[in-house]
Design a protein around this ligand. Structure first.
Ligand code: UDX
Length: 434
């Protein structure tokens, strides 16, 4: 099939590359000239494990192309996927749909023959109706079905998730559109659940899923606070809960709060929708407020650990909003760091992937280290803020030699407490008596 993808960000690019690998002809269109130029010349514009290799393969084969020209992308396409951003409005926190509507208006003019227009971006319930109205207004003769096709890719694992989806949700009442989607996703038919639902249900599924996962994280963080007071151990509690298949092991890792470009945005948009429809979503409202508070609490916890010494050097490991990505947007680590800087603390930072993105925000307000050991040179405390796998395997002997005070605060519960204590470190983590 010929597929047009509008938007080459964290959703659009991996989706385009994945669909090319499935044997489709894919044309990606974007408004940012520098991005299209880079992508045309073989320079991948974002870090995702396994992406570059597949992208180069299909760029070379011609199955994957990039353009600034909407007509070139949409003309003759069987499916047009909208994968542009829906950033939160700075005041209302509602999803800002201007890019979606602009894309719908522009693509409408070039529709040619029966086309499925699929919204991959996360959009509030009812947006499909608006997109359909815009397309019909610009091009009343268009033979089109507008469907919701939500994306569940995780950043850092987008390529893996594309090829191993838990489910594919197809939101439309049109049989014709369902047929096209069944053909497109036929390679997954044997191993993946295909859910055919109404457009509004599909739009809701995306928000309801992300909000539930955010709530699950908030729940385990609240339990961690409880364990600290009650003398229980959150790692043991989470394991005990997670072995119940109805609860599941995933998303029960306590931490400094969730972040990223999706959970904060989508929980806020969902809460806003609840208010708009007069159906208050109290669990989600609480999750948002408590998750915001938690990051400040964590910054206070770090500051309190070195309160006797205003000059203390704090080494921060991890800046990305989670492990496996270079993305610092809405990163709990960055928010905690900002608070520490607000307290005038002296901070040196290290992250395996996110240094460049962090530097753009932090500038010269912190010192930068080339590795975790260098970050700890002369440090009074090392604080783990992001769940990078390699932080689990650091050479503690080497670290010992670098630090002024042997103190580690592990806000992701990554390290083995016994081992770290045995080495003589003063160790504190989340959700247990320290
Ligand atoms: C999320 C959804 O998982 C994905 O399905 C959707 O398409 C986009 O939003 P992503 O934002 O990439 O994906 O990150 P995710 O892995 O879900 O983590 C989000 C945040 O929660 C991170 O800050 C992470 O550190 C935190 N988290 C996650 C925890 O604190 N504990 C956990 O157990 C899991």
């Amino acid at each position: 099939m010929k597929i047009a993808i509008i938007g080459t960000g964290y959703v659009g690019l991996p989706t385009g590359v994945g669909l090319a690998e499935l044997g489709n002809q894919v044309v990606c269109v974007d408004k940012i000239a520098a991005k299209i130029e880079a992508l045309t010349q073989g320079k991948v514009t974002l870090y995702e494990e396994g992406l570059e290799e597949l992208y180069l393969k299909h760029l070379k084969s011609g199955a994957l192309r990039f353009t600034l020209d909407m007509r070139e992308a949409v003309d003759g396409a069987d499916v047009v996927m909208i994968a542009v951003g829906t950033p939160p409005h700075p005041v209302t926190k509602e999803a800002d749909l201007q890019y979606i509507y602009a894309a719908a208006e522009e693509l409408a003019a070039y529709l040619d023959g029966y086309t499925v227009v699929a919204t991959k971006s996360t959009v509030p319930v009812g947006t499909g109706d608006e997109i359909e109205a815009i397309i019909k207004k610009v091009n009343p003769a268009a033979d089109v079905d507008v469907i919701s096709l939500p994306e569940f890719l995780r950043e850092g694992f987008a390529v893996h998730d594309f090829f191993h989806p838990d489910r594919i949700v197809i939101g439309t009442d049109s049989q014709r559109a369902r047929e096209v989607m069944r053909r497109l996703y036929a390679p997954f038919a044997d191993k993946t659940e295909m859910l055919e639902v109404s457009r509004r249900s599909s739009e809701t599924i995306k928000y309801a899923s992300n909000a539930f996962l955010a709530m699950k994280i908030h729940y385990i963080n609240e339990m961690a606070d409880f364990c600290e007071k009650a003398g229980a151990d959150i790692n043991e509690v989470a394991k005990g809960m997670g072995t119940d298949s109805r609860i599941g092991r995933k998303f029960l890792n306590p931490g400094p709060g969730y972040g990223g470009s999706c959970f904060p945005k989508d929980t806020n948009a969902m809460a806003q929708m609840g208010r708009k429809f007069g159906a208050m979503l109290n669990l989600i409202e609480t999750t948002i407020a408590k998750n915001d508070e938690r990051k400040l609490e964590m910054a206070k916890r770090v500051a309190a650990a070195v309160k006797h010494n205003p000059e203390a050097k704090i080494a921060v490991w991890g800046l990305a909003f989670k492990g496996g990505t270079d993305d610092c947007r809405e990163s709990p680590a960055m928010q905690i760091l900002e608070k520490l800087l607000h307290y005038n603390r002296n901070v040196t930072v290290y992250d395996p992937q996110a240094m460049e993105n962090a530097r753009a925000v932090l500038g010269d307000r912190v010192s930068y280290a080339a590795d975790p050991y260098e970050a700890c040179a002369g440090a009074d405390i090392a604080v783990i803020l992001t769940e990078w796998e390699n932080f689990k395997h650091l050479d503690l002997e080497k670290l010992k030699a670098k630090m002024l005070q042997m103190q580690i605060m592990d806000l992701r519960n990554l390290l083995n407490k016994e081992e770290v204590c045995r080495q003589g470190f003063c160790y504190s983590c989340i959700g247990m008596k320290n």
